[in-house]
Write a protein that binds this ligand. Structure first.
Ligand code: GLA
Length: 407
């Protein structure tokens, strides 16, 4: 039976008012905003240190295929990245096909047999990651997990998936964009992954809305994006990285803030700028997910991504955050305490060529009389107890690990 016109007008106005003015909620969404209530999700015990690996989006975006993923897995083994700790090979958006009659998500033609791909990656001692959304559609308009959360978590487990990036995106078209709705939808998949029973690193993606770092842990997630998408340029990278310093208290073993993936080797920044991204992400510390074509890395890209001494800073088991010691003009001086009692000092030049100077006693009394220091980019010892002095190129960085001789 048709409702009288006046009722339909009122209903339309009410529906319109329920749509928030921010975000991109869709007034024509077929499903109404539903109140969700999902209990906090316990930790899965994964990601004691920030995840390391590779993700398809920054270089391949929507062009990624299963053949490319296989090639990246081969390259990670051949170029030494696996041995350096890069173990997750993560497929981002655009792998998704239609659901079958039973509602099971199927890979599209670019991917074919996902189980076979997982087997291929696992056979090389690596782990496979995948991407979905709590919306009906992903950011790129492919099928999301809305209404199929448990079914998809089971499917991912059956394929052998080890990592899920879960991007809020299309959920904006279904639910008003509120913290509660985001939190509940992220919890829903967190609970589904635990129930499916396979260890899966759970990575949330939105742009840091509603201070996600405050409530991310209760969704069962291991990491959450804190910023809009990175691009391959200095301003984008440096703003995201340094902004992270304000959020350091919210990050630690098992639950990491994620200022987005690495752009190292993608061509838009200088070698010094890429060295800064690697240094800054390692100091924070942040996930190290390479985003370049691993088959065609030049020597500078290899040297940056494979710097074991810098990776060791990122992967330090204590997971303490970096803090700002001081600013010297355009140079940020950051420090980070390591599990072994040493301190890593990061000098980050956000301006033109500059000289920095730092007496080690600025790091504390135990460094005042005798300290050993090591330059983690030059791989050399620094013996002198005189104040450390270095000249940094424009947008360059230097990482020095300082060990108190008498502890
Ligand atoms: C969003 C994410 C990106 C990427 C794309 C895929 O923009 O922030 O990292 O996953 O979606 O569509």
């Amino acid at each position: 039976m048709q409702l009288p016109l006046s009722y339909r007008v009122i209903a339309t106005v009410l529906a319109f008012l329920a749509v928030p003015v921010t975000g991109c909620a869709n007034a024509n969404a077929s499903e109404p905003a539903a109140p969700l209530a999902v209990a906090p999700v316990p930790s899965n015990g994964l990601a004691a240190t920030p995840p390391m690996g590779w993700n398809s989006w920054n270089h391949f975006a929507g062009r990624i295929t299963a053949a490319d993923v296989r090639a990246m897995a081969d390259a990670i083994v051949a170029n030494g990245m696996r041995e350096a700790g890069y173990v997750y090979v993560n497929i981002d958006d655009t792998w998704e096909g239609d659901r079958n009659a039973a509602g099971d998500i199927q890979p599209n033609d670019k991917f074919g047999d996902m189980k076979a791909l997982a087997d291929y990656v696992h056979a090389r001692g690596l782990k496979l990651g995948i991407y979905s959304s709590p919306g009906a559609k992903t950011c790129a308009g492919f099928a999301g997990s809305h209404g199929h959360e448990e079914q998809d978590a089971r499917q991912f487990a059956a394929w052998g998936i080890d990592y899920l990036k879960y991007d809020y995106c299309g959920a904006r078209d279904i639910y008003p964009v509120t913290q509660r709705n985001q939190e509940m939808l992220f919890r829903k998949m967190g609970a589904a992954l635990l129930k499916a029973g396979r260890p899966v690193v759970y990575s949330l993606s939105q742009s840091g809305e509603f201070d996600i770092w405050r409530w991310g842990p209760q969704t069962g997630a291991n990491l959450w994006r804190t910023t809009p998408d990175i691009s391959d340029d200095w301003n984008s990278m440096s703003q995201r990285g340094f902004r992270q310093l304000e959020l350091s208290a919210w990050s630690g073993p098992g639950h990491w803030s994620d200022p987005d993936m690495l752009e190292i080797g993608n061509g838009g920044m200088s070698t010094d700028e890429y060295r800064t991204q690697m240094s800054l992400w390692s100091m924070l510390p942040a996930p190290l997910l390479a985003g370049n074509d691993l088959r065609t890395m030049d020597a500078a890209t290899r040297e940056i991504l494979l710097n074991r001494e810098v990776i060791a800073v990122d992967q330090d088991p204590a997971g303490h955050p970096a803090r700002r010691l001081e600013r010297q003009g355009d140079v940020e001086v950051l420090v980070r305490d390591m599990a072994d009692g040493s301190v890593v000092v990061g000098f980050f030049n956000r301006g033109e060529k500059a000289t920095v100077r730092l007496p080690w006693r600025r790091l504390g009394n135990r460094f005042a009389t005798a300290a050993q220091a090591r330059d983690l980019w030059l791989h050399t010892a620094i013996d002198s107890m005189a104040p450390f002095v270095a000249t940094l190129p424009r947008h360059g960085a230097s990482l020095i690990r300082v060990i108190a001789a008498t502890r």
